[in-house]
Design a protein around this ligand. Structure first.
Ligand SMILES: Cc1cc2nc3c(=O)[nH]c(=O)nc-3n(C[C@H](O)[C@H](O)[C@H](O)COP(=O)(O)O)c2cc1C
Length: 340
């Protein structure tokens, strides 16, 4: 029997929270060495890690990447805590897939968070593959309207679908539908993966389709094939074999470097510290996304999420101090900071 979207989301959240194998723990950013400045010639207090995203200010370049939402109070609770924390700390926030909202209006409280996060970029999410299974640009526009989001993340997840017992794997002719959506929707469409990364060939096609933001969601952190394997555990489920599949996030950034002026690159997938964030910015990202590490705190309180975000900001600012870079412009795409 096919599980409901709600039941599947709850299983995903449970496994993501409690299975240590849900995270690959590859720490690919550790291989990148930076040039420490013993003489930074700047004052810590004068460092400004602030930036803008979707025409709104951020205190530093962090996005809470897409995770959840649904009909249950538990999922709404997680999203409310994330939204409160994003607004309190001045960072961007994206909900998980809003597909359930097309089927069940009871899911609205988990996604209608604009009033909780009025000051920061607040975004929605839906699987691009849904457009090959009947969801139309008009329906997506209605979701955007109902929730007052600033942008929508369109996720590409072929590995996850291929490892999911009830997976939807008809990926042919998806790009023209993504292009049509980007042309008609009044808000930006941001294309993302969910943990296997975006290749240069795909980035080129995505950019040619008129899309101006890409969230890499590369390999290194949360493994969706592993999570689907944990749900299914059938002997022929490929999810365990493919748990490390994908382009490591720092490699994806290096390979997408030629496109950095045409598209805004959001680095995510295994970003775990403010040092990882600084490295991602040096490699060309103008924003970094973190998902699973913020899930557990969000299951408790908004304050617990705020604590994690403040830790990340302190780490990121300290890295900027030790690299002698007073502003984000001094950091982003500055390859001279890499230790050659
Ligand atoms: C519990 C959970 C639910 C997720 N749900 C979605 C989703 O609905 N849509 C989506 O695009 N990505 C989803 N993701 C993927 C994340 O946005 C992110 O791309 C991925 O987890 C890699 O980042 P991380 O290593 O920091 O977790 C989810 C991740 C987690 C942990």
């Amino acid at each position: 029997m096919t599980p409901t979207i709600h039941a599947r989301k709850q299983e995903h959240v449970e496994i993501a929270r409690h299975s240590k194998d849900a995270d690959r723990r590859k720490y690919y950013f550790d291989a990148i060495k930076l040039t420490h400045r013993a003489l930074p010639e700047i004052d810590y207090d004068n460092i400004n890690p602030g930036t803008r995203f979707l025409q709104k200010p951020l205190t530093f370049p962090l996005l809470i990447s897409s995770m959840t939402g649904g009909t249950g109070e538990d999922l709404a609770f997680i999203n409310r805590n994330l939204a409160i924390a994003a607004n309190a700390t001045g960072i961007a926030f994206a909900t998980g897939s809003m597909r359930i909202l097309l089927e069940d209006p009871a899911a609205l409280p988990a996604f209608a968070l604009r009033e909780i996060a009025p000051d920061v970029p607040f975004c929605g999410n839906i699987g691009a593959i849904q457009m090959n299974y009947g969801i139309t640009p008009d329906q997506i526009a209605k979701l955007a309207d109902q929730t007052k989001i600033d942008a929508i993340f369109l996720h590409l997840n072929p590995l996850q679908e291929a490892s999911q017992p009830e997976g939807q794997t008809r990926f042919s002719n998806l790009l023209p539908k993504m292009e049509a959506l980007a042309k008609t929707l009044p808000i930006p469409v941001i294309v993302k993966e969910v943990g296997s990364g975006i290749s240069p060939a795909d980035a080129k096609r995505i950019i040619e389709a008129g899309i101006q933001h890409i969230e890499i969601a590369g390999a290194g952190g949360t493994s969706w094939s592993r999570i689907e394997y944990e749900r299914d555990r059938a002997p022929d489920n490929p999810g365990q074999c493919f748990e490390d599949w994908g382009i490591p996030t720092p490699d994806a950034l290096l390979h997408l470097h030629p496109f950095r002026k045409q598209v805004r690159l959001i680095a995510s997938g295994g970003v775990r510290t403010g040092i990882d964030m600084a490295k991602a910015c040096i490699l060309g990202a103008s924003l970094c996304g973190i998902a699973r590490p913020l899930l557990e705190p969000a299951c408790h309180t908004a304050g617990a999420v705020i604590e994690q975000v403040q830790r990340l900001r302190r780490e990121f600012t300290t890295a900027m101090f030790l690299l002698g870079t007073p502003t984000l412009n001094d950091l982003i795409d500055n390859h001279s900071l890499l230790l050659s």
